[in-house]
Design a protein around this ligand. Structure first.
Ligand code: AMP
Ligand code: ZN
Length: 471
């Protein structure tokens, strides 16, 4: 499989450290509010990546954190604590907020067929691990204690901007939003590993540490949680493109300084879902959630298809019109699958040819829009229905669009509707009219048609015979 690696800015052949177990880490949500559908675009594409890896034959262990402490309003360690902000907004405790929005996040994931990672670890579970890492970085002269906080010293690094496409200007974003800069830092890029003194005296979650009572910085959680469950050699680290800097840059700085060697080989970044007014974000007030889409009558599967129709490295623009187009595409796809009859033997050669195209799409830097085209190729293929159904069910292990179940549900619904509107008496009258016509008894045929019309029934003559419907 070829994947674009943000570290090298190239598509690279994916070669895991150990093909017996691909180790994958993904940054999880900050659980101070609902996930918006932009966040969920990132989780959908990461889900497809995990499933594609499994599909082409790699066993995968995937780990995700839940940020329930330490993430400040600006990614550059400044601004208000996001969890505290959520707790104040709803007049609840931080832990109540964390539980509520963690459950809400996984409920949304379930609706979108996003598989739960093998390990999900809340940041508050790993305080000992953070303290251990921070202590070693201090002992090794890679970190310093000043003004009550422990900072990572970026001047100890050979290279800080590892992704090569950021600079000091990017760090200033938080400052431009009206947040003060931290004057304790020796270097502008230094970041907090452990806070003890902060301007937020009402910080709800605090722990003892060798440097005083406090709480971890945001970046340290991903380094430690990843290492706790996946060791020191990570194959893939994934997240939204905004996480590349400073979050992933800082993760790399501290992890590799701690380990003394390279940590992760492939960095997979999903680009943003934007609205016509810019990036979708939780801090902008009103934002789109899965529940909101559902309340407007949208099937979450249509949103999943909407995401799959475009490549993860392109910005995707959300509009209701674009979503409506995805709904139409989804409904058409399901209606076509519903007409397939599961009869006959699967043709292995035809199946393999279809699968080759599908795998080719995944292997080309997870080209999900081509993978969607491969679904239409199945429907157009010159093979029997059993082969088509087998291919669609197989591909849906990765696409997770409920293809077969939704088609079955549609058939069932149509059969129920037909049964609900069945009426043997009307059927008998329609049959009697057909007989009268055959016998050229036009007067009787017209009489029956008029009688049915009076009862609100219209007869439709089709090549397959006369049908009727209520008008
Ligand atoms: P958060 O809950 O804010 O920590 O973000 C969760 C994930 O969503 C991270 O991987 C972010 O990079 C990603 N993300 C944030 N905004 C967007 C967006 N508009 N489109 C796609 N992904 C996003
Ligand atoms: Zn992270």
């Amino acid at each position: 499989m070829y994947l674009y690696n943000s570290l090298s800015h190239k598509k690279e052949l994916f070669v895991p450290n150990n093909p017996e177990l691909v180790k994958m880490y993904t940054c999880g949500p900050t659980v101070y509010h609902y996930a918006h559908i932009g966040n969920l675009r990132t989780y959908i594409m990461e889900d497809v990546l995990e499933k594609a890896l499994r599909y082409v034959g790699y066993p995968v262990k995937r780990v995700m954190n839940i940020t329930d402490v330490g993430h400040l309003a600006s990614d550059a360690d400044t601004g208000e604590d996001k969890m505290l902000k959520g707790a104040k907004r709803e007049n609840k405790t931080v832990m109540d907020i964390a539980k509520f929005y963690t459950d809400a996040f996984f409920a949304d994931c379930q609706k979108l067929n996003i598989k739960r990672p093998d390990v999900v670890e809340p940041a508050t579970n790993c305080i000992d691990e953070y303290i251990e890492m921070v202590q070693k970085l201090l002992n090794d002269g890679k970190a310093y204690l000043t003004g009550g906080n422990v900072y990572f010293d970026t001047s100890t690094l050979d290279k800080y901007y590892v992704f090569g496409d950021h600079d000091e200007e990017d760090l200033a974003v938080g400052v431009r939003e009206g947040v003060e800069e931290d004057s304790n830092k020796k270097n502008k890029n230094d970041f907090v590993l452990w806070f003890t003194k902060s301007k937020f005296e009402d910080q709800a979650l605090k722990w003892d540490s060798p440097w005083g009572v406090g709480y971890p910085g945001w970046h340290i959680e991903c380094s430690c949680i990843s290492m706790k469950h996946l060791g020191e050699d990570l194959d893939i680290h994934a997240g939204g493109i905004d996480n590349a800097f400073p979050h992933h840059t800082n993760e790399i700085a501290q992890s590799e300084s701690y380990m003394g060697h390279k940590w992760c080989n492939y960095w997979f970044h999903v680009h943003h879902l934007n609205t016509d007014t810019g990036k979708m974000s939780k801090s902008k007030g009103e934002f789109l959630t899965v529940s909101l889409l559902e309340s407007k009558g949208y099937d979450p599967m249509a949103y999943r298809l909407f995401c799959l129709q475009s490549h993860y490295r392109r910005n995707l623009v959300f509009s209701w019109e674009n979503l409506d187009n995805a709904v139409q595409a989804y409904d058409k796809l399901i209606a076509k699958i519903a007409t397939l009859k599961n009869e006959g033997e699967v043709d292995a050669a035809a199946f393999d040819a279809l699968k080759e195209r599908f795998v080719g799409a995944l292997n080309g830097d997870l080209n999900t829009s081509l993978a969607v085209t491969a679904l239409y190729d199945v429907l157009k293929a010159k093979c029997n229905d059993a082969t088509k159904l087998a291919a669609l069910a197989d591909f849906d292990q990765v696409m997770s669009l409920n293809l077969i179940a939704a088609a079955e549900a549609l058939n069932k619904k149509q059969a129920e509707e037909a049964a609900a509107s069945a009426d043997p008496e009307i059927d008998a009258l329609v049959a009697a009219r057909t007989e009268a016509k055959k016998a050229k008894n036009w007067a009787e045929a017209d009489r029956i048609r008029d009688e049915l019309k009076a009862r609100g029934i219209e007869i439709i003559d089709t090549p397959q015979g006369a049908k009727w419907r209520k008008v």
